[in-house]
Design a protein around this ligand. Structure first.
Ligand SMILES: [Zn+2]
Length: 511
């Protein structure tokens, strides 16, 4: 098999898909037509191609680390594409139903809310009863409209993993992505156990204040979008400061956005544009696009910084690197750089320097800490759940629903709905990327603070240190990157210390 030709075609496919994604979600084109792109490149993802790449990967691992690593990444790309290809009919039916479903909220208002906007409306809705009514309508639509399709998608994924020769989808992901999911689950379970006592004192007061008197004991999932929206912080996050503060952040790190020819920034308002900022790496590093809806509020700052972190990572990748290291590899790496940037929106030094905001009473910091803890515990529970879903011998449908609601509910201490047990699954155990990225980001941030001080984000030298890491794309895994940088092991003790829950612990020393 001609691997050089395969790489070229894979890169062309990635660019075409990126173009299509950008055009649709930037509001430049109504259609989102990925089937012709898959059809043009179907040879990349056939079962035969997967089998031949697997032979290559087995042979390459004997030829040395670099060849083995690259072959594994290509195999992962081919298998992911194969799984995408056998599900295009279900995916497009799901997208159509989601886009076409309008919720009729039974609260006497007669309001009709598009399914996809339900959580945005909940986030902006101060009236709790209305949030709950929207949730009920959303769950009913999920159950009747989407779950039958999701169930078929899951069944097909499981069956295809076995047809391709793996014991389970979990085994497939572990081998191709290099995850050790048991080890990760032990670390995240330990994190959940270690934060059990601190949860209520840390989260309860924030819930009560942010949600106008709702007590932690009464918290429901329908309240979470409103809790995360944190409307009372809007005054601190003025929309007029959104782009200038981002530009100043880049400038502080020695990056001049005006001369970044390979970054395309789109801040125009247009109908059909995604309400969330997003990044598309069409060609790394030559063509990276950042699309921003110019609105405001804390969420938009976080979203722009997060996507901006992805963009700067991709835009600084060494163009001479292999396709695999520029476009594929461990996504915990790019997510960690994105988290490093979006965490700035809760950094008191950044808030003061870039937005002129003083968090005198600690309201912003307390909210950020509570949100972080909820997210980490939610994702730890999600990992445990997804391991069950993709076990060799998974529980039956009823048991899965039960398991989902129990695990997620215990993590966030809310009555968690059963209906989203299939919608809440991410392909490729992406949950493991997020969890490892949070850990890596915490280590990275501690490292940057130690070397460059609390205002590391305003030091050109810190920017140089980051650019040195960015050049390497995603050649290394998160564990390897950290090992090379500081010699530390990627662990969750650093997150405990960062949350102030292990006051004596030195984040570098915790194992
Ligand atoms: Zn991201």
């Amino acid at each position: 098999m001609d691997l050089a030709a395969y790489r070229l075609q894979a890169e062309a496919f990635t660019a075409e898909l990126g173009e299509e994604y950008h055009a649709h979600f930037a509001g430049l084109r109504a259609e989102f037509d990925v089937e012709p792109i898959y059809a043009r490149h179907a040879g990349l993802f056939s079962a035969d191609t997967v089998a031949r790449l697997r032979e290559q990967a087995d042979a390459a691992s004997a030829r040395g680390e670099d060849a083995g690593r690259r072959a594994r990444m290509l195999l992962d790309f081919a298998v992911e594409g194969h799984l995408g290809l056998i599900a295009t009919d279900l995916e497009s039916e799901l997208a159509q139903r989601e886009a076409g479903t309008v919720l009729s909220v039974r609260d006497g208002s007669g309001a009709a809310i598009p399914f996809r906007e339900a959580t945005i409306v909940q986030a902006n809705e101060p009236d709790r009863d209305r949030r709950l009514a929207i949730e009920a309508a959303r769950l009913e639509a999920t159950e009747t409209q989407l779950n039958p399709l999701y169930a078929e998608l899951l069944e097909r994924t499981r069956a295809t993993a076995r047809e391709l020769g793996w014991a389970s989808y979990r085994a497939l992901c572990e081998q191709l992505k290099g995850f050790d999911l048991d080890r990760l689950a032990r670390a995240t379970d330990a994190f959940t156990a270690a934060t059990e006592q601190a949860y209520a004192p840390l989260v309860g007061p924030v819930v009560e204040r942010t949600l106008d008197g709702v007590m932690l004991e009464d918290l429901q999932r329908a309240d979470l979008p409103r809790l995360f929206r944190f409307a009372e912080a809007d005054a601190a996050f003025d929309g007029a400061q959104l782009l200038p503060s981002f530009a100043a952040t880049l400038d502080g790190l020695g990056i001049d956005p005006a001369t970044q020819r390979n970054v395309h920034l789109d801040v125009a308002s247009r109908p059909g544009k995604s309400p969330r900022a997003f990044c598309v790496a069409v060609r790394v590093p030559q063509d990276v696009r950042l699309v921003v809806p110019p609105i405001g509020g804390r969420d938009d700052f976080t979203a722009l910084l997060h996507e901006g972190g992805h963009v700067e990572h991709y835009a600084h990748v060494d163009p001479a690197l292999a396709f695999e290291y520029r476009h594929l590899g461990d996504n915990a790496i790019t997510e960690a750089f994105a988290f490093l940037f979006d965490h700035l929106a809760e950094d008191p030094e950044w808030l003061r320097l870039r937005l002129g905001v003083q968090d005198a009473d600690g309201t912003l910091a307390a909210h950020a800490r509570a949100t972080r803890l909820i997210y980490l515990r939610r994702y730890a529970a999600k990992l445990a759940y997804e391991l069950d879903v993709h076990a060799v011998d998974p529980p039956d449908d009823g048991a899965l629903r039960e398991r989902y609601a129990t695990l997620l509910g215990a993590a966030a201490r809310v009555r968690w709905p059963r209906e989203t047990y299939l919608a809440d699954l991410d392909p490729g155990f992406y949950v493991a990327c997020y969890l490892r990225a949070w850990a890596l980001e915490t280590h990275l941030r501690a490292h940057l603070r130690e070397r460059f001080g609390a205002q590391w984000f305003a030091q050109r030298e810190a920017g140089e240190a980051l650019r040195a890491l960015w050049r390497d794309g995603q050649r290394l895994s998160a564990e390897e990157l950290l090992g090379e940088l500081t010699g530390a092991e990627l662990d969750f003790g650093a997150l405990l210390a960062d949350l102030g829950l292990a006051p004596d612990a030195d984040p570098q020393a915790v194992r």
